[in-house]
Design a protein around this ligand. Structure first.
Ligand code: GLU
Length: 298
């Protein structure tokens, strides 16, 4: 058995209040870590500062507390970690793993770049141009690397990075560090060894594994949960108008989140506190019961 204690995390983006899809992710990451006597940390992913909504971080923390979650360390904010990201970026640049890129999205569309699961697949136009970095985005050269990993729900995942996902941006032309860089640096810094998050990030995990390998970081375990969709089949998100969690229905929403995750739900818990509901959920937690949408099964 692995002697390292489990350290899981929940990492919301404060671009609005938590909705039901985020609650499902929070419940899954909490129960998965706690059922293995692990720690559970909170990180505000506010790296993309123009997207942050004033008051959203505090609102998220207040909501998590009201829904019975207890975290183990002070909350970290990505907007306070820019020095770390810059240091890692410079080390990648020094090793010639990154390059400056002048291509706009329009350039890529006009060049008929193929659509991949994470957007247009970058055709590598600037890979060998040795452009000056000032005011340009910085991409990671993915070479011809293939990444394989086993997700605890989705099974064996394999991608050829340059062909299927493309060289990816780690710092944008407007100076903002990209999520892919920030998440890898933070998970390592915080000692995270268990990542539970939505399946919309399944392919992104290959980019993260690639960066972890380049940087000599430890590889966490991954468990991606199927996305919660609305009646139109769209992922529940702020963009698709998902409603903020209603604090007057805490127990009902927690029970519904557990049901979505295929977990046994105790119907005799009327009058219980949210913390009690979560504690029973931790005792009964069965990640094998999380079921996949048929199409994604490997
Ligand atoms: N910040 C991301 C989100 O709110 C989650 C990223 C992650 O868990 O790695 O969707």
């Amino acid at each position: 058995m692995d002697s390292n204690p489990i350290i899981g995390r929940f990492a919301p983006t404060p671009s609005g209040p938590l909705h039901f899809g985020s609650l499902v992710t929070a419940v899954a990451s909490y129960c998965h870590a706690r059922s293995q006597q692990g720690k559970w940390l909170l990180r505000m992913e506010d790296v993309d500062t123009p997207r942050n909504v004033k008051g959203a971080s505090d609102d998220i923390l207040f909501t998590l507390e009201a829904f019975g979650f207890q975290w183990d360390a002070v909350v970290e904010y990505q907007s306070h970690q820019f020095d770390h990201y810059q240091r890692v970026l410079e080390s990648l640049i020094e090793r010639c793993i990154c390059y400056a890129c002048e291509c706009s999205r329009r350039t890529l569309r006009e060049a008929n770049a193929l659509q991949g699961p994470l957007g247009l697949i970058y055709p590598g136009f600037c890979r060998d141009k040795r452009l000056n970095k000032n005011g340009l985005s910085i991409r990671v050269n993915t070479g011809d690397c293939c990444i394989n990993f086993v997700d605890q729900v989705y099974g064996h995942i394999q991608f050829n990075l340059s062909r299927q996902l493309g060289d990816f941006v780690v710092k944008r032309a407007d100076g903002i560090y990209a999520y892919h860089l920030a998440v890898v640096v933070d998970d390592e810094r915080q000692g995270i060894n268990q990542i539970v998050r939505g399946a919309d990030l399944l392919e992104a995990s290959c980019l993260h594994l690639y960066l972890q390998q380049l940087l000599g970081y430890r590889q966490p375990q991954y468990l991606h949960i199927p996305l919660v969709k609305n009646a139109l089949g769209d992922k529940l998100s702020k963009q698709t108008g998902a409603e903020a969690l209603d604090h007057s229905c805490k127990n009902g929403l927690l029970t519904k989140a557990l049901a979505v995750l295929g977990q046994q739900v105790d119907t005799e818990m009327e009058g219980a506190s949210s913390t009690e509901i979560l504690n029973v959920a931790i005792q009964n937690w069965e990640p094998d019961n999380i079921s996949l949408p048929a199409l994604k099964k490997t």
